[in-house]
Structures are given as C-alpha cells and as structure tokens.
Write a protein that binds this ligand. Structure first.
Ligand code: NAP
Ligand code: ZN
Ligand code: ZN
Length: 351
C-alpha cells in the first residue's frame, strides 16, 4: 500500500518520554479524508496508554484522539467534506459496521472491537494505529465529524473525547430539569461534564478533591461544589443525587461517591484508574443503587454533541501548548495542575 511520510510525537516504551518520531500514513483511498492536524487535545487516556498503565499498549505509541484539522485531500467517493473544510476525529477511526452495536450507532461497543484512533490494530498498514500527536491523519469519512461553524477550533478539540464521554452517559441517564447530577473530579472530562449537565438543565453538584477548584467549579456551571475531603459536606449530600458521573483518573474510594446516590439512582464510572476499584457490597445494597460504566460515544452521538455544544456556546477551557512541552504537560496533569485541558498547537511540530 502506498504511504506518505508524517511527523509525530510518540514513544517506544512505557518508561520513555515522548519524542519526535517519523511515521507514515496511507494514501487516501476512495472513501478516505486526509486531515492536516491543527489541534490535538491531551486526554488522561493518552498518558495511561503511553505508559502502558492499562497493560495493553502496542508500541510505537503515538497518542491523541481529540483531533481538529483541515481537510487536505479526499478520495473520489467522499461526500462529507471538501478540501479546505474543517473536520474532526475522536477516539475511533473504524469498526465492523455490521454488528448490532455498529448498526445502532454504538460503534464504541462494536462486538469485534472498534478500531481506536491509536493503540488498535491498523487494518490498512499493519502495526498499531497512530494518533493525533502528528502532522496529519487519514480516516474513513464515516468516522470524521463536522465542526459547526464559528467554534473556536483549539477549544473544540477536547469535545472529541472529553465532551462525548460525558455527554453520552448524561443523555443516557436523562440528566435534565428536575434531576440532581453529581460530577466527580474537575479535570478534562469533569469540567465538560459540569458544563454539559448544566446546559441540559440538571442541578449540578461538583465533587472535587481540590479545595482550590471550588470557585472554578461554580464559574463553570456547578450549582454546588463539595470538597470530597469534607466529611460533613459529603454527609449532607448522602442519598440525594439521581446520577453521579465519576471522572477520576486515579485510585479513590468509590464507596464515598456511591453513598451520595439516592434509591434506584446510578453511579457511572467513566474514569479508568490503573488498578481495580473496590465496591463495598452494602454501598449498592442499601438503598438499592446501580453501579455502571460508559465508554466514549458513537459517531452520530458525537456529531449531536458537537451541535449541542455549538448551540449552547460550550467549548473546553484550555491551555495551548507546543508539542515539545508534552512530557511536562503529562507531569502537570498528574499533579492536577491543568485548567482544564491541554491542547497541542500542532503547528509547533514544524515543517
Ligand atoms: P484529568 O484531566 O487528569 O482529570 C482527572 C481528575 O480526577 C482530576 O482533575 C482530579 O479532579 C481527579 N482526581 C485525580 N486524582 C484523584 C484522587 N486521587 N482522588 C480523587 N480525585 C482525583 O483526566 P481526564 O482526561 O479527565 O480523564 C479522566 C479519566 O477518564 C482517565 O482515567 C481517563 O483515562 C478516563 N477516560 C475514560 C473514557 C471513557 O470512555 N470511559 C474516555 C476518556 C477518558 P479534582 O481535582 O477535582 O478532584
Ligand atoms: Zn480520551
Ligand atoms: Zn461492530
């Protein structure tokens, strides 16, 4: 298969920092769109996988699945976007398209596993798929999103993962007027969860482990902010929330948050800490509660989320960085020193 060279930042081993890397992309096929990547958000999943914290990383690893770019070339059969248009790519670049999940727009749960944007088997070139910390990418048009007119492109990039990962469960569990929704962890996902749940009309309670984020939580749209180390404040919210979205990236006491859920309410995990969490049986038994999980969102729902965010004036709060600062950004993300998403300005890769 013919290829074109591309520039990237990636790593060959869990303990190595990310460094410049030469990669190749396939020549666009009839249904493919080639994007020059303008911006790529930095998700905590990038760090987990670059460092093999989920024990499934294939190397070389080029992370990045919050991609906004400009269309440079399209295949002959492409109808979605023309050269010069803005397109976006999230966490998936393909799936089987024939199983029940794929047919109902839940490609992320494809029974043969979706092809994720990085760290999946590349059906075209062999080896692992390589993500958005790169100069360009070639993706089947079915997995490319349209960016609504007028959106700030850098601040839109994080919607492609952090936005959809919070939008999808909030929709599924019907966040809206009359519902009390808790968001745990004010990071990349959590701050999108706060904004989106608020825009859906829910009463939003942010649970943060960082007292320094209380004012931001309120500014971003939470009606109430609870510092999770404040036992009295946590106790005041016991059994009161219809739905809790846990966006925490590290080990934590999940039972403290399940205890906030009311009878027949749900705590949904989207955070993926390195090690298993332990759920005490009585946390879910009394009163009867649901403990659930959710993965990103399907392609149609991702497009719907982008339209919803455009309509409500929602983008991510970002700090734009050159790609050369990516290793420092990872360390700062681990220290919770990001307000609230790093986005790489891909121009910094240079020619
Ligand atoms: P992030 O920006 O680093 O945010 C994580 C937040 O978790 C922090 O800001 C912090 O919020 C909280 N936190 C961290 N350590 C904590 C601790 N020890 N105890 C309590 N709270 C703690 O990460 P992210 O990019 O939002 O990603 C969050 C998680 O979701 C990651 O594990 C990521 O892999 C996962 N993820 C899952 C999906 C999915 O499809 N399910 C998609 C994308 C990402 P406070 O300071 O407010 O406490
Ligand atoms: Zn992500
Ligand atoms: Zn499928």
């Amino acid at each position: 298969m013919s290829t074109t060279p591309a520039r990237a930042y990636g790593t060959n081993a869990p303990a190595n920092p990310l460094a410049p890397m030469a990669i190749v992309r396939r020549e666009p096929g009839p249904k493919d769109i080639e994007l020059e990547i303008l911006y790529c958000g930095v998700c905590h999943s990038d760090l987990h996988q670059a460092r093999n914290e989920w024990r499934n990383t294939m190397y070389p690893c080029v992370p990045g699945h919050e991609i906004v770019g400009r269309v440079t070339r399209v295949g002959a059969e492409v109808t979605k976007l023309r050269p010069g248009a803005i397109g976006a790519v999230g966490c998936m670049v393909d799936s089987c398209r024939t199983c029940d999940c794929c047919k109902s727009g839940l490609e992320q749960y494809c029974s043969s596993w979706a092809t994720f944007t990085y760290n999946s088997a590349d059906k075209h070139l062999g080896g692992p798929t390589l993500g958005g910390y790169s100069s360009h990418i070639v993706v089947d048009e079915a997995f490319v999103l349209r960016v609504p007119e007028g959106m700030d492109l850098a601040a839109t990039a994080p919607l492609l993962c952090a936005g959809i990962t919070t939008y999808s469960p909030l929709r599924h569990w019907k966040a809206g007027p009359g519902k009390k929704v808790g968001i745990v962890g004010l990071g990349g996902l959590g701050h999108m969860g706060v904004k989106i749940a608020r825009a859906m009309g829910a009463h939003v309670v942010l649970l943060t482990s960082s007292p320094s984020k209380v004012a931001d939580g309120l500014r971003l749209g939470a009606h109430e902010v609870v510092v999770s180390t404040d036992k009295a404040a946590m106790a005041r919210h016991a059994n009161s929330l219809d739905f809790v979205l846990d966006c925490v990236s590290a080990q934590h006491d999940i039972n403290a948050y399940i205890g906030l859920v009311r009878l027949d309410g749900t705590l949904c995990l989207v955070g993926v800490p390195e090690h298993p969490l332990s759920v005490a049986a009585f946390s879910v038994i009394i009163p009867r509660r649901n403990f659930a999980g959710s993965g990103i969102g399907g392609i149609a729902e991702t497009q719907e989320m982008l339209e919803f965010c455009a309509k409500h004036g929602i983008v991510s709060d970002i700090e734009l960085i050159p790609v050369q600062k990516i290793n420092e950004a990872y360390e700062r993300m681990l220290r919770q020193d990001v307000r609230y998403r790093f986005v790489i300005d891909m121009k910094s890769l240079g020619a």
